[in-house]
Design a binder for this molecule. Structure first.
Ligand code: NAG
Ligand code: NAG
Ligand code: NAG
Length: 412
């Protein structure tokens, strides 16, 4: 009897002891750094089942989506980076390390961002490897908290830095292109002997691990991965002089087309159009700093959205590293693997409709696109936004981590 009583009490004591420890862990450890709600935990969502399109699991997402997402603020990110050791360990940066195969093929990134520091940090973590190098260009118009958060990231991660020259970025104007060019010239000075550079914005997300990306890039054998199509109706963008005007609001200037004709591009350059997003070899970026490229850049100053013809045109200049012949067929956004974007007007023709929401005719992906995104073969998805679908990003993060851990096991 007495023995039984003792055993019962002992069990209670042990139970209380563990409960106390658990309570302490919950109260003290995650308080500052991981206060982001994890929808897949809260709603018990299994990402593999979503990938398999299990109806019950998909339904859970529909329920979860009704809950408003409230993520960490830029101030929270600033706070989280005060204690770098804690930040690096709690976010798992210290667990990431590439194989020999990856380390002999370092990559560089140019991140042109302006808001939502938490999402930028998640993007950075998803592409992070200690042997790569990352340049962040934030907008001069960004909030002070956002700027401090970005500086916090560079303080905690030695291979991440802020561009030495910062632009006031305006939509469709030369400043957007210059933001990337500023990062590129800093990256050329880096000690890291990177092979390729990729530019991303704050709403992109990787669909491939670093190892998968490296293996695809090695197969390019020095070629670049950019869109480059014949102008087909976009010639007005550079046939006329453009001026920046703030017609909509004081803080928002747009290039307006004038009647004034421009002279043709210098050096007999033949114009092509594409996208602002690129994957470029080190050798090509060196060429992009040549006097020919600089002349083309100054000529482009008063064109509309020069970021969408600069790279597309330069890759077709005869003799450049990784040249695409002028006579070669168009390289469209679906042939170029750099970015997977869903345009509203092409849905149903080229791909299934958006399961997230459209923002300015572009799909912000929903969880129904998880499988499509991961299987398409492209490297990065544009766009993601936790305010529209927080679960998709969590599942993309989980899938990447799974693949990283699997390759970690087989690695020496
Ligand atoms: C998640 O779903 C997959 C595929 O539907 C299944 O194989 C796996 O057992 C599930 N995992 C859990 C923890 O329920
Ligand atoms: C940041 O940390 C300070 C003290 O460490 C605290 O007073 C402040 O409330 C925190 N702010 C946010 C937004 O987390
Ligand atoms: C990869 O392996 C290293 C040690 O070999 C380990 O420290 C690290 O935590 C592992 N990373 C992941 C993501 O599992």
């Amino acid at each position: 009897m007495r023995r039984l009583w003792l055993r019962c009490n002992l069990q209670k004591v042990i139970f209380f002891f563990f409960a106390l420890i658990l309570l302490c862990v919950f109260i003290f450890v995650p308080a500052e750094v991981s206060e982001r709600p994890r929808f897949i935990v809260e709603f018990g969502i299994n990402c593999s089942a979503i990938y398999d399109m299990e109806p019950v699991e998909v339904n859970k997402c529909l329920v979860a989506r009704k809950k408003r997402y409230v993520g960490p603020t830029d101030k929270n990110v600033v706070n989280a980076t005060f204690d770098c050791d804690q930040f690096v360990a709690s976010k798992g940066y210290d667990a990431l390390q590439g194989s020999e195969f990856e380390r002999e093929f370092p990559l560089a990134y140019s991140l042109v961002v302006h808001k939502n520091a938490d999402l930028v940090e998640r993007l950075l973590r998803a592409i992070y490897m200690p042997h790569n190098v990352y340049c962040i260009h934030y907008d001069q118009k960004s909030s002070d908290d956002f700027k401090s958060a970005m500086q916090g990231l560079t303080r905690c991660l030695p291979n991440v830095f802020i561009a030495s020259k910062l632009e006031r970025v305006q939509y469709a104007a030369i400043s957007r292109l210059k933001a990337d060019l500023n990062c590129l010239s800093d990256l050329m000075e880096s000690e890291v002997k990177w092979k390729y550079v990729i530019n991303l914005c704050g709403q992109d997300f990787p669909l491939r691990t670093n190892a998968e990306l490296v293996s695809d890039l090695k197969m390019l054998k020095g070629r670049n991965m950019v869109e480059s199509k014949r102008p087909g109706g976009k010639e007005w963008r550079w046939r006329f002089h453009h001026v920046l005007k703030n017609e909509i609001s004081d803080n928002y200037e747009l290039p307006i087309t004038t009647n004034e004709k421009k002279i043709p591009p210098p050096h007999n350059i033949e114009m092509f159009v594409g996208s602002a997003y690129f994957t470029l070899s080190w050798e090509f970026v060196l060429f992009a700093q040549s006097s020919l490229a600089r002349d083309f850049l100054s000529w482009s100053e008063d064109t509309y959205s020069p970021d969408e013809h600069f790279w597309a045109t330069l890759v077709r200049v005869p003799g450049v590293p990784g040249e695409v012949l002028r006579s070669d067929p168009d390289i469209t956004e679906l042939t170029s693997k750099t970015r997977l974007v869903k345009w509203k007007n092409l849905e149903k023709n080229l791909y299934p409709p958006c399961t997230g929401e459209h923002v300015r005719s572009v799909c912000v992906y929903g969880v129904g696109e998880l499988r499509w995104l991961l299987n398409y073969g492209h490297w990065f998805a544009n766009k993601v936004d936790p305010n529209i679908d927080p679960i998709l990003i969590e599942c993309l993060e989980e899938k990447l981590l799974e693949k990283q851990m699997a390759s970690n096991k087989t690695m020496k």
